[in-house]
Ligand binder design. Structure first.
Ligand code: SF4
Ligand code: SF4
Length: 77
Protein backbone atom coordinates (compact mmCIF):
# COMPACT_ATOMS: atom_id res chain seq x y z
CA UNK A 1 0.00 0.00 0.00
CA UNK A 2 1.27 3.45 -0.84
CA UNK A 3 0.55 6.97 -1.89
CA UNK A 4 0.48 7.57 -5.64
CA UNK A 5 1.36 10.58 -7.80
CA UNK A 6 -1.21 11.44 -10.46
CA UNK A 7 -0.48 12.88 -13.89
CA UNK A 8 -1.13 16.41 -12.62
CA UNK A 9 2.56 16.19 -11.71
CA UNK A 10 3.56 15.96 -15.40
CA UNK A 11 6.29 18.38 -16.39
CA UNK A 12 6.69 19.50 -12.78
CA UNK A 13 10.27 20.45 -12.05
CA UNK A 14 10.23 21.64 -8.43
CA UNK A 15 9.79 18.33 -6.60
CA UNK A 16 8.64 19.81 -3.28
CA UNK A 17 7.43 16.34 -2.26
CA UNK A 18 10.93 14.87 -2.58
CA UNK A 19 12.31 17.20 0.10
CA UNK A 20 9.62 16.26 2.60
CA UNK A 21 9.51 12.44 2.33
CA UNK A 22 11.11 10.90 5.45
CA UNK A 23 12.06 7.65 3.70
CA UNK A 24 13.34 9.23 0.47
CA UNK A 25 11.08 7.15 -1.77
CA UNK A 26 10.10 9.79 -4.36
CA UNK A 27 12.14 9.97 -7.56
CA UNK A 28 12.02 11.96 -10.75
CA UNK A 29 10.86 9.97 -13.78
CA UNK A 30 10.99 10.92 -17.46
CA UNK A 31 7.92 13.17 -17.34
CA UNK A 32 6.71 13.14 -13.74
CA UNK A 33 7.78 12.13 -10.25
CA UNK A 34 6.97 8.68 -8.84
CA UNK A 35 6.59 7.21 -5.34
CA UNK A 36 8.20 3.79 -4.81
CA UNK A 37 5.21 1.74 -3.59
CA UNK A 38 7.50 -0.74 -1.85
CA UNK A 39 9.16 1.92 0.31
CA UNK A 40 6.32 4.40 1.02
CA UNK A 41 5.28 4.22 4.68
CA UNK A 42 1.97 6.03 4.02
CA UNK A 43 2.77 8.90 6.35
CA UNK A 44 0.95 11.36 4.06
CA UNK A 45 3.52 14.11 4.57
CA UNK A 46 3.98 14.65 0.84
CA UNK A 47 0.29 15.36 0.19
CA UNK A 48 0.29 18.86 1.65
CA UNK A 49 3.62 19.69 0.01
CA UNK A 50 2.25 19.26 -3.51
CA UNK A 51 1.09 22.55 -5.08
CA UNK A 52 -1.14 20.79 -7.63
CA UNK A 53 -2.74 18.18 -5.31
CA UNK A 54 -1.27 15.35 -7.37
CA UNK A 55 -0.65 12.92 -4.49
CA UNK A 56 -3.37 10.55 -3.28
CA UNK A 57 -3.72 7.44 -1.14
CA UNK A 58 -3.76 4.28 -3.22
CA UNK A 59 -7.13 3.44 -1.67
CA UNK A 60 -8.65 6.64 -3.04
CA UNK A 61 -7.60 6.12 -6.67
CA UNK A 62 -10.43 6.30 -9.19
CA UNK A 63 -10.46 3.32 -11.58
CA UNK A 64 -9.00 5.41 -14.40
CA UNK A 65 -6.18 6.57 -12.09
CA UNK A 66 -4.95 3.09 -11.20
CA UNK A 67 -2.65 3.16 -14.22
CA UNK A 68 -0.55 5.66 -12.24
CA UNK A 69 0.26 3.01 -9.63
CA UNK A 70 1.18 0.59 -12.42
CA UNK A 71 3.48 3.23 -13.93
CA UNK A 72 5.18 3.72 -10.55
CA UNK A 73 5.67 -0.04 -10.13
CA UNK A 74 7.13 -0.26 -13.64
CA UNK A 75 9.43 2.72 -13.01
CA UNK A 76 10.94 1.17 -9.88
CA UNK A 77 10.86 -2.30 -11.47
S1 SF4 B 1 5.15 18.18 -5.27
FE1 SF4 B 1 3.48 17.42 -6.58
S2 SF4 B 1 3.81 18.34 -8.59
FE2 SF4 B 1 5.72 18.59 -7.39
S3 SF4 B 1 6.97 16.83 -7.95
FE3 SF4 B 1 5.82 16.23 -6.12
S4 SF4 B 1 3.95 15.25 -6.91
FE4 SF4 B 1 4.87 16.37 -8.60
S1 SF4 C 1 3.31 9.16 2.10
FE1 SF4 C 1 5.16 9.58 3.31
S2 SF4 C 1 6.53 7.89 2.83
FE2 SF4 C 1 4.96 7.89 1.25
S3 SF4 C 1 5.82 9.12 -0.40
FE3 SF4 C 1 4.61 10.49 0.88
S4 SF4 C 1 6.09 11.37 2.32
FE4 SF4 C 1 7.03 9.54 1.43
Amino acid sequence: MAFVILDACKDEKAGECVQICPVDCIEKGPDQFFIDPNLCIECGACVAACPVNAIVDEHDLAPEQEVQLEKAEAFFG
